[in-house]
Ligand binder design. Structure first.
Ligand SMILES: [Zn+2]
Ligand SMILES: [Zn+2]
Length: 349
């Protein structure tokens, strides 16, 4: 079968590999849709500490079960399924405390296990053990279901900072994650949602789709001034940074309303992980800062239900569908901002 093999930074090639078969406790799926994201771009550009090449990458996965290993129960050939990306061990203290997102033995699809940029993929036993295989409701396409995993990560972040009724939310970064943050904040009851980006083209593309109450083009407008105007001089009650930018994190802390909550959703480049913060701003404003990394299997199931119910539509976020042979183009399109969500179709477009 064909698969996109990552051999090291800048080296991702679609080649013929041996077709896998399902062992005990495993499933095999025909991959119908595997969405690309900023993490793929990061891996492609710099590698990842938990990923040892060569490996088939791709972690936003939806497909159809075509083989069931011995000792695997609860699934049938032909089931349409969405697969989690981060796999909790279900044994460690974090998992037992229902904090699977920070499992200390976490493994991931496309890192330790072969991922979804392939015609077929094994769902490992650890994923089944973690209840990480979700059946896709009949009204959803594979493409929509492939956006479940990033939405689950967005849900994790907004839960950690309790986004809800009456919030004024500023999302910094208008990529696919920023778009999902806008839509989820609305679904959770936020009364005003603003979306900002330094890339005017990306902002325009995304704002046309998710229609924030205010789109702020940081290349031509002063973010802090606009945000104060839009919040009666108070500042947003929630600021979410959905960009790999330390400056965005610093601005988020400076702009948040007293008593506000800040989510550092986007990680920083590993060679630039430090920011400068006036700690007294955090102190006097009683800000709550939260990181966010990954999602739990339960949050994946919840995200899939949010998409299926129409609470968080995702179909219109998918701007491009490309064959497996163009996986590198897909990653570049996400990075440049000319696409929102790009879905790879290993069975053809
Ligand atoms: Zn992703
Ligand atoms: Zn664990």
């Amino acid at each position: 079968m064909k698969a996109a093999l990552f051999r090291g930074p800048g080296d991702l090639e679609v080649i013929d590999v041996e077709t896998p078969s399902a062992g005990p406790g495993e499933l095999k799926i025909r991959v119908e849709s595997c969405a690309t994201c900023g993490t793929d771009a990061k891996i492609f550009g710099h590698g990842h500490p938990r990923l040892e090449p060569p490996q088939i990458i791709g972690h936003e996965i939806a497909g159809e079960i075509i083989e069931i290993g011995t000792a695997t129960s609860g699934y049938e050939i032909g089931d349409r399924v969405q697969i989690i990306a981060a796999v909790p061990c279900e044994e460690c203290w974090a998992c037992k405390a229902v904090k699977q997102g920070v499992c200390i033995n976490q493994t991931s699809m496309g890192y330790q296990y072969a991922g979804g940029f392939a015609e077929e993929m094994i769902v490992p036993a650890s994923v089944l053990k973690a209840k990480g295989v979700n059946k896709i409701p009949g009204n959803l396409s594979f493409d929509e279901a492939s956006v479940t995993e990033p939405l689950a990560c967005v849900l994790n972040a907004q839960r950690l900072i309790h986004v809800g009724e009456g919030d004024t939310v500023l999302v910094m970064g208008a990529g696919p994650i920023g778009c999902l943050h806008v839509r989820l904040a609305r679904a959770l009851g936020a009364k005003k949602v603003m979306l900002a980006d330094i890339n005017g083209g990306r902002l325009h593309l995304s704002a046309n789709v998710v229609k924030p109450d205010r789109a702020i083009d940081m290349s031509s407008e002063d973010l802090a001034t606009v945000v104060l105007e839009e919040t009666d001089g108070i500042g947003p009650s929630v600021v979410i940074t959905a960009a790999p930018s330390g400056q965005a994190q610093e601005q988020a802390i400076a702009m948040a309303a007293p008593g506000g909550r800040v989510s550092f959703f986007g990680g920083l480049p590993k060679d630039k992980p430090l920011i400068t913060v006036d700690s007294n701003v955090v102190h006097y404003k009683e800000l709550i800062l939260a990181g966010a990394n990954g999602s739990s299997p339960e949050q994946n199931a919840e995200a899939l239900a949010l998409i299926a119910s129409g609470a968080v539509p995702v179909a219109d976020l998918i701007t491009h569908r490309l064959p497996l042979s163009q996986v590198e183009d897909a990653i570049n399109a996400v990075t440049s901002g000319e696409a929102i969500k790009v879905v790879i179709k290993p069975q053809g477009v």
